[in-house]
Write a protein of this length. Structure first.
Lengths: 216, 156
C-alpha cells in the first residue's frame, strides 16, 4: 500500500493566530474593563481551541460545548483576578480543565459516538483542511482518525491531558505544567509515556507502513 | 522533538542520534506517530450558539439586558427599587383619605341623584311584581320573607 493511500501526508494544522502578544494583552485589559467586544475577540482567538481541548478530554460534543460556555462565562466574571494578561491562554485552559474534572469528578467521562450530523460536520471539517483524493483514501483516513481518537481516550487522565496539550495544542512544557498544576519533571515524564503508548498502538495498526510517510 | 531544548542541548542530542542507531530509530518512530496524530485529528468547529449563550449571560452580568430572575440576582439600583414602595404608600394614603375629600360640597347633589335613581327602579320593580293572588306566588320560595307593601329602598 502506498503512503498516499493511507492518507498520511503531513497536513499541518496550527492553532497559531495572527494576533500578537501585545494585542492580546490589550484585549485582556479592555475585557477586564467590561468591554464585551474585546471579550468576544478573545473568544474568537481561544474559543475553538478550548472547545477542542475539552472535547479531547471528555469525548462528548454536547458536554464540550456546555463546558466551553461555562469556561468563558467564568472567565469573564473572574478576569479581574488574572494578574498577568499574557498568561490568558494557560489561565483559560486551566479553567476549562477544572470544569471538566469538576463535572466528571465521580466518574470518568464516557466517549460518545458522534451522531450522524456531527460525524458529517467533522468529516467536512476534515475535508476542508485535508482534501483527499479518492473514497478508499478517505475511508482509510477515517479509520485511522477513529483509531487515534480511541487511543487518546484510552489514555489515563494524567497522560491524556498532557499529551493533548503537547501533541495537538503545541503548548510548551512550562505552560502545560501551569495548566495541569504539576511539576515540569512530572509533565515531561508523562508526555513521554503517553507518546510511547500512542506510538505503539498506531504502529500496531499500520504495521509495516508505519513511518513510511514521515522520514526524519 | 517539541523544540524545548536550547541550542547547545539540541546540538548534543542531534550528535548522539547521528551515532546511535537505536536512539535514532526510537526518535524517528515517536516523531512519526506525533505527525500522524497531528495530521489525522480534525479541529472540531465550534457552533455559533455557544457564543450566543455566553454573550447573553455576560450582557446580563453587565446589566445591559435584564438577566433571568434568579435568587442571586443583585437588587435593582436606585431609583428603581423605590418604585414599588412609593406605589404601595400612595395607594394606602388614597384609601385612608378618600372619604374626606369633597364630602360636603357635592353631597346634596349625589343624594338627589341617588334618590331619583331609586325611584325609577321602584316604579319598574312594582310593574313587575307578582300579585299574591297569582298562582305563581305560591311557587315563590321567598314569599314569606317579602312584604309587598314595604320597599326597603323607597324614599319618603
Amino acid at each position: 500500500m502506498s503512503e498516499d493511500s493511507k492518507g498520511l501526508r503531513p497536513r499541518k494544522k496550527s492553532w497559531k493566530t495572527d494576533i500578537s502578544g501585545q494585542q492580546l494583552e490589550v484585549l485582556v485589559d479592555r475585557a477586564k474593563n467590561g468591554d464585551v467586544q474585546a471579550f468576544q475577540d478573545l473568544y474568537s482567538v481561544f474559543g475553538e481551541r478550548i472547545f477542542n481541548y475539552i472535547y479531547r478530554l471528555c469525548g462528548s460534543r454536547e458536554d464540550a460545548e456546555d463546558l466551553t460556555q461555562d469556561t468563558f462565562i467564568q472567565a469573564f466574571r473572574k478576569l479581574g483576578t488574572l494578574k498577568e494578561n499574557k498568561k490568558i491562554q494557560s489561565w483559560l485552559y486551566r479553567i476549562a480543565q477544572n470544569n471538566v474534572y469538576q463535572k466528571f469528578r465521580s466518574k470518568r467521562p464516557q466517549t460518545e459516538s458522534l451522531d450522524q450530523d456531527d460525524a458529517q460536520e467533522l468529516s467536512e471539517a476534515q475535508n476542508r483542511t485535508t482534501p483527499r483524493k479518492n473514497p478508499e483514501e478517505s475511508a482509510l483516513a477515517e479509520e485511522l482518525e477513529e483509531l487515534i481518537e480511541e487511543v487518546i481516550q484510552s489514555l489515563p487522565d494524567k497522560y491524556r491531558q498532557v499529551f493533548v496539550l503537547a501533541a495537538i495544542h503545541k503548548m510548551s512544557y512550562q505552560e502545560i505544567s501551569q495548566i495541569v498544576n504539576r511539576s515540569l519533571a512530572s509533565v515531561k515524564s508523562d508526555i513521554h509515556r503517553a507518546r510511547v503508548v500512542v506510538r505503539d498502538q498506531i504502529k500496531e495498526y499500520l504495521g509495516e507502513n508505519y513511518g513510511m510517510s514521515h522520514p526524519l | 522533538m517539541d523544540g524545548e531544548l536550547d541550542g547547545a542541548e539540541s546540538a548534543a542530542v542531534q550528535s548522539h542520534l547521528k551515532d546511535c542507531p537505536s536512539c535514532r530509530q526510537e526518535f524517528q518512530s515517536l516523531k512519526a506517530s506525533l505527525e500522524i496524530v497531528e495530521d489525522n485529528l480534525p479541529k472540531l468547529p465550534l457552533r455559533g450558539r455557544v457564543w450566543h449563550e455566553i454573550h447573553s449571560e455576560i450582557q446580563g452580568d453587565l446589566g445591559i439586558r435584564a438577566p433571568a430572575p434568579s435568587p442571586s440576582a443583585p437588587a435593582p439600583r436606585w431609583p428603581y427599587r423605590w418604585i414599588p414602595v412609593t406605589a404601595v404608600a400612595g395607594l394606602g394614603m388614597y384609601l385612608v383619605l378618600a372619604p374626606f375629600w369633597g364630602s360636603s360640597e357635592h353631597e346634596p347633589d349625589v343624594v338627589q341623584r341617588f334618590n331619583s335613581f331609586i325611584e325609577s327602579r321602584q316604579i319598574s320593580s312594582q310593574a313587575a311584581t307578582i300579585s299574591a293572588d297569582d298562582p305563581a306566588w305560591d311557587e315563590n320560595p321567598f314569599r314569606e320573607n317579602l312584604e309587598l307593601d314595604s320597599n326597603p329602598f323607597s324614599v319618603e
